[in-house]
Design a protein. Structure first.
Length: 73
């Protein structure tokens, strides 16, 4: 559920049928995107721009980590 922005708690509380629906939907989206980008093994645009340096250069970085993702170590 990482791609949908769900945390562990939200996923745990979802009914099983909804979890399965989300998983099938994500698989469908990934396959459609793969076909558009040249077939099997093609990466999505998001995969290419998913490192901290690229996000910062594009202005897509977060000034603060969301509260539910913060670690207190």
């Amino acid at each position: 559920m990482y791609y949908m922005g769900f945390g562990y708690r939200e996923c745990y509380l979802l009914p099983v049928w909804q979890r399965m629906w989300f998983i099938e939907r994500i698989n469908k989206e990934i396959k459609e995107t793969s076909k558009k980008n040249g077939g099997e093994g093609a990466q999505t645009r998001a995969a290419h721009q998913n490192d901290a340096q690229t996000r910062a250069l594009l202005g897509r970085h977060r000034a603060q980590v969301p509260a539910k993702l913060r670690r207190f170590t």
